[in-house]
Design a protein around this ligand. Structure first.
Ligand SMILES: Nc1ncnc2c1ncn2[C@@H]1O[C@H](COP(=O)(O)OP(=O)(O)OP(=O)(O)O)[C@@H](O)[C@H]1O
Ligand SMILES: [Mg+2]
Length: 270
């Protein structure tokens, strides 16, 4: 494992080292091109990003902008062609698949855009499994899972298989699975994409509660209500960060969580 420290970005050169210590995640110069059947898709074209401990960052932008790809890079699910990622100051360049998997078990919860639940396991087991893998006792794993199910309105669904649940219910199970180990960083890709407005409010309440406890969240969403709960909204456009706006958080602004912020268009940046 490398101890290489991230280079100071040009704007922050000369910043106190103590400031750097607060960074939970730092990405420099991320580039990722997908090579599929058609023309290569330049999904991420040079992204610098920092996330502080406890910060809630929403990433919004049009379909195909590269939001999911960026999230996959940040969680070690895909490797960048160029650039580096530091987690709590540790460079991940040399991380193996197994090391990234351990990181995701311990400190990065991931909610995928398309759930990725284990289809032949009851949903309760889908949520308890990561807790057991992280070394919790079966009793602790069950208690954590029960609390999350109650909060997410999933009581009574414990023994259901993922395929027997609605899209919205599966999405909430995926969120419970990502949160069961209380990871310091949650990467969530459209966690309310299949939910009605009541379901979206429930997800929002849960995310806000974890955020208040000091958990950092990077949330990809098309939903302006969800984005408005964040401290910062990043507009992602054509593989790049087009805008990065501090909101101050819903609580600081005194707005109701159902209030909608107007997001600035992505194209008005130099
Ligand atoms: N595995 C892949 N192979 C080939 N191309 C891909 C792959 N994954 C993504 N792409 C392409 O990369 C680009 C960015 O995709 P990505 O899924 O990151 O966008 P997105 O912003 O998450 O979109 P959406 O809002 O629709 O989820 C798109 O042009 C997409 O077609
Ligand atoms: Mg996506």
């Amino acid at each position: 494992m490398s101890d290489r420290r991230p280079p100071a970005p040009s704007a922050a050169r000369g910043a106190e080292p103590a400031v750097q210590e607060h960074l939970l995640l730092r990405a420099e110069g991320l580039v990722k091109t997908h090579h599929g059947e058609g023309a290569p898709a330049r999904a991420v074209r040079g992204v610098d990003l920092t996330v502080r401990h406890g910060e809630f960052v929403a990433v919004t932008g049009p379909s195909g902008a590269g939001k999911s790809t960026l999230l996959h890079l940040l969680g070690g699910l895909q490797r960048p062609d160029e650039g580096s990622i530091w987690l709590e100051g540790r460079c991940t360049d040399s991380y193996s698949e197994a090391r990234w998997a351990e990181e995701r078990r311990r400190s990065i919860g991931v909610v995928f855009q398309f759930f990725n639940l284990i289809s032949n396991l009851p949903v309760a087991d889908n949520v308890e499994l990561p807790a057991l893998l992280a070394g919790r006792s079966p009793r602790q794993a069950r208690a954590e899972r029960k609390e999350l199910f109650a909060e997410l309105g999933l009581d009574g669904k414990e023994r259901s298989m993922p395929g027997e649940l609605s899209g919205g219910e599966q999405q909430r199970v995926a969120l419970a699975r990502a949160l069961v180990n209380h990871p310091p960083l949650l990467l969530a890709d459209e966690p309310a994409g299949s939910l009605d407005s009541r379901g979206t409010r429930e997800v929002m309440r849960l995310l806000s509660r974890f955020h208040r406890r000091g958990q950092a969240i990077v949330l990809v969403t098309h939903d302006a209500r969800l984005a408005s709960a964040a401290d910062r909204v990043i507009s992602f456009f054509d593989g790049r960060i087009a805008d990065d706006v501090k909101l101050g958080g819903a609580a600081a602004r005194g707005t109701a969580i159902s209030d909608v912020v107007e997001l600035r268009p992505a194209a008005d940046r130099d």
